[in-house]
Design a protein around this ligand. Structure first.
Ligand code: FAD
Length: 338
């Protein structure tokens, strides 16, 4: 199938790229727009002078056969690999218990690697923040913060951005989809990246923490393919992050490092903090995406499919199938050429 249709995908996280890839593979012209400097969204890695640290998604699981097949493709391409950390769990009383036996995977050599594979060959425009959508008879026009109005009109717009960022874009153009976005709840996460001169002397590489400000700690350099000095990622709980959202990075770092030291950690040589304002969600809708066929506008993202990397990929894939059904309808109506 080779159509004259041209879709815009907003967001080059794993959902947007999954959607764009499926459309492009089916012969649809796609342009992906993202406000960041690189693809991957929350599946991301902070890089500094000689160090790197995954500060968003830490690992991913693959339970759905469709995503398992995609993971096999990533593994064959060398961008994903199994991670087997020595895992600990600290319970609500701070006592250490055993870890789980789930199969965990990471992007390699960095968490962004699968996104880069998906983006390969796509028309991806970075540092392009979409600020408004307008629908005319000839298609959708997109206003951007950095480049003003884009020169082309699009036949469809597929939003793959967190719900709070989708909402203001949708409100003027689709009350139905705006209501979907308004119903989602996303919570913040403070992340702290620590650099050490010597390995931290604890006998675990990662831990779920069920008391105090922390929820997760991981020796990032225990992941396959990482090099350089030892780095750790600390994630605060959603409750703690929401309650301390506006605190300075110094205040946050002091609190999280103190909690890390209580678990056996050490004071780092250096640290960096990152505040994820829209980090995690547990919402899901039937079908895993939302699609307004009449106007050619749709929504995908982790927040529509269970809130994880796997859900984000499945959501993007599901939206592409819905949008392709529209292409099929138009083919049958003779509007586009097979
Ligand atoms: P995103 O990755 O958020 O992508 C959205 C993209 O849209 C971004 O690149 C953004 O720049 C762009 N964007 C937003 N607004 C605009 C705009 N107006 N114009 C243009 N571009 C825009 N998942 C797991 O499976 N395992 C984990 O261990 C795990 N841990 C996590 C820890 C943290 C701290 C965080 C933050 C997330 C974690 N997750 C984890 C969740 C996982 O990262 C997400 O589910 C997944 O990456 C979401 O992908 P997405 O494509 O839906 O959204």
């Amino acid at each position: 199938m080779n159509t004259a249709l041209h879709y815009a995908v907003l967001g080059a996280g794993i959902a947007g790229l999954s959607c764009a890839r499926a459309l492009a593979d089916a012969g649809v012209r796609v342009t992906v727009l993202d406000k960041s400097r690189g693809p991957g969204g929350r599946m991301s890695t902070r890089r500094g002078d000689g160090w790197a640290c995954d500060h968003g998604a830490q690992y991913f699981t693959a339970r759905d056969p469709l995503f398992q097949a995609e993971l096999a493709r990533w593994q064959a391409a060398g961008v994903a690999v199994r991670w087997q950390p020595r895992l600990a769990v600290f319970d609500a009383a701070g006592r250490r218990t055993g870890g789980g036996d789930e199969l965990r995977h990471v992007g390699t050599p960095r968490m962004t690697a699968p996104a880069r594979l998906l983006a390969d060959g796509l028309d991806l425009r970075l540092q392009t923040t979409v600020s408004a959508l307008q629908r005319y008879d000839h298609g959708w026009e997109l206003a951007t913060a950095e480049r003003g109005l884009l020169p082309e009109a699009f036949d469809g717009v597929l939003l793959a951005v967190p719900a709070p960022q989708a909402l203001p874009l949708l409100q003027p153009v689709s009350a139905a989809l705006a209501a979907v976005a308004a119903a989602a709840r996303m919570q913040a996460c403070w992340a702290l990246m620590l650099r050490f001169v010597a390995p931290v002397a604890v006998d675990f590489d990662a831990a779920f923490v069920n008391h105090g400000p922390l929820r997760w700690i991981a020796r990032d350099t225990s992941k396959p393919g990482r090099g350089g000095p030892e780095t750790w990622t600390l994630h605060a709980s959603a409750e703690w992050s929401e309650a301390h959202l506006e605190e300075s990075t110094e205040q946050v770092a002091v609190a999280l490092m103190a909690a890390f030291c209580e678990l056996g950690g050490a004071v780092p040589l250096a640290w960096s903090a990152h505040r994820w304002r829209y980090a995690i969600t547990d919402a899901a809708v039937a079908g895993g995406c939302a699609w307004d066929a009449a106007h050619g506008v749709g929504l995908c993202g982790d927040w529509l499919h269970g809130g994880r990397v796997e859900g984000a990929w499945l959501s993007g894939h599901a939206l592409a199938q819905r949008a392709l059904a529209k292409v099929g309808d138009e083919l049958r109506a003779g509007l586009v050429q097979a």
